[in-house]
Ligand binder design. Structure first.
Ligand SMILES: [Zn+2]
Length: 64
C-alpha cells in the first residue's frame, strides 16, 4: 500500500505524518491491513501447502 502519498481530507497534510486525529486513525487502519497481507503472501501459502502434501503422502505410505 502506498498510503504515504495519501493526503488527509481534514488537514490537507500527508496521512503518513499523522498531524490530526483523522490522519492518525487512517494511518493506523492502513497499517493494520499490512501485517494481514504479509501473513497471507503466496510464499507462505505455498509452504503450508507443501507441508500439508508431505504429511498426507507420509500418512498414505504408512497405512499401506
Ligand atoms: Zn489530517
Amino acid at each position: 500500500m502506498t498510503y504515504d502519498r495519501l493526503v488527509c481530507a481534514n488537514c490537507a497534510a500527508p496521512v503518513n505524518e499523522g498531524r490530526c486525529p483523522v490522519c492518525r486513525a487512517n494511518r493506523e487502519r492502513l497499517q493494520q491491513e499490512n501485517p494481514l497481507l504479509a501473513n497471507l503472501n503466496p510464499m507462505t501459502l505455498i509452504a503450508l501447502l507443501a507441508v500439508l502434501i508431505a504429511a498426507v503422502a507420509l500418512l498414505a505410505h504408512q497405512t499401506v
